[in-house]
Design a protein around this ligand. Structure first.
Ligand code: PLP
Length: 393
């Protein structure tokens, strides 16, 4: 490796624990380091590169949009933004869209929307109930909504107005609801904390509770959206519709973007309530259009379900061979493996040396969120590299 780690120490704030690899190129589910070594990438920029690396439709969209107009202020109309919003509305339960630039910013927007809704319709209620082990971003409001104290402690005190209750516990959520509550914010499948899946009765129960109480149900689909779970949106798996949901990560296949999507009754922003310089810029939206168009045209949500089942079956059979694996969880192409002890990082390191890129979401949990275009052969190669990794422990 060149002197990149030295440059990082000298010039970058120390916020990431990086693996000792410098990635310079990608194609499909494969990436190459600066020495020309190839890796099978099961992380995909953490569920971002839904079409894999260097997908022709994204390359074409970015190249042609960049020749027309990369950025223009939201003081004017821009066609890609309107077209992407229309595609999202046509293919979801939402009626209106607001574009930002990241997941945290999308959730900030949803939090502001819920507070405005509380002012208009719930006598000034402003509290948002979210769940333990959730992850909603790194801004102050989104760490306050995140149910993991490690993200909050260094930055206390937290902004007011957030309550965290145990996940998959409807009674706890009901007990925490007061006249101050304006919304519930949940992930249908918690990604960052290691693929924890909401029970169907729970999420349906939350939907009913929000209806009864006049609360907004906000689903954070930042990791689950864009076909990853086998449906375009995870809420479809539960037979419910949120009032508001948020997107980012895979929405533009790797170009930064975020979005708040809301049904008409919840889309209560008025002019000047919210905004963003870059949000919905033509380049990001052109990439978003190409991404959604490809997912729909190539039925990649169905493909994700099929490949996810092969991956999960394979992981379960590895579990029978390697007692270090204590649990396998997943939906579509969101998979996690729990391992004994605190060995997840060691497994990630060994896998990397064998040409497989994994992610440790905790000391004992591995996460896999590959590109939706992964093939059966590539899933099998990944499983065999993981098998080899486990054998060498
Ligand atoms: N919400 C969820 C469910 C996420 O998984 C993430 C990122 O991992 C975020 C929000 C934050 O997104 P970003 O890092 O783009 O701000």
């Amino acid at each position: 490796m060149g002197n990149w780690p030295e440059l990082e120490r000298q010039y970058l704030m120390s916020t990431f624990k990086r693996l000792p690899v410098v990635l310079v190129r990608g194609e499909g589910v494969w990436v190459w380091d600066e020495d020309g070594r190839r890796y099978l990438d099961l992380v995909a920029g953490i569920a971002v590169n839904v079409l894999g690396h260097a997908h022709p439709s994204i390359i074409t969209a970015i190249a042609s949009q960049s020749k027309q107009l990369i950025h223009v202020s939201n003081l004017y109309y821009s066609i890609p933004q309107l077209q992407l919003a229309q595609m999202l509305v046509d293919n979801s339960c939402a009626d209106k869209v607001f574009f930002g630039n990241s997941g945290a910013e999308a959730n900030e927007g949803a939090i502001k929307l819920a507070r405005k809704f509380g002012k208009l319709h719930r006598g000034g209620a402003y509290e948002i109930i979210s769940a333990s082990n959730s992850f909603h971003g790194r801004t102050l409001a989104t760490i306050a909504a995140t149910g993991q104290s490690k993200f909050q402690v260094p930055f206390a005190p937290m902004p007011d107005g957030f309550k965290i209750v145990p996940y998959n516990d409807l009674d706890a959520l009901k007990a925490s609801t007061t006249s101050n509550t304006c919304a519930v914010l949940l992930e249908a499948i918690q990604g960052e904390s290691g693929i924890h899946i909401a029970n169907v009765e729970y999420l349906r129960g939350v939907r009913d509770w929000c209806n009864q109480q006049g609360l907004l149900l906000i689903l954070d689909e930042i990791q689950t959206g864009m076909g990853r779970t086998g449906k375009l949106w995870a809420y479809e798996k539960y037979g419910i519709e949120p009032d508001v949901f948020t997107l980012a990560k895979g929405l533009a296949g790797g170009v930064p973007i975020g979005a708040v999507l809301a049904k008409d009754h919840a889309a209560c922003f008025a002019p000047s309530d919210h905004g963003s310089t870059f949000g919905g810029n033509p380049l990001a939206c052109a990439a978003g259009i190409a991404t959604i168009d490809t997912i729909l045209r190539e039925q990649l949500a169905d493909h994700a379900e099929e490949m996810g089942n092969i991956l999960l079956d394979g992981l379960r059979s590895l579990q029978t061979k390697h007692p270090i694996i204590t649990a396998v969880r997943g939906v579509g192409l969101m998979a996690a493996v729990d391992v004994l002890g605190e060995q997840a990082q060691r497994i990630v390191d060994i896998a990397l040396s064998k040409g497989l890129i994994l992610n440790a979401t905790g000391p004992s949990t591995l996460r896999m969120v590959p590109a939706l275009i992964i093939t059966k052969d590539e899933v099998e190669q990944a499983l065999s590299l993981l098998d080899e990794t486990m054998r060498s422990l």
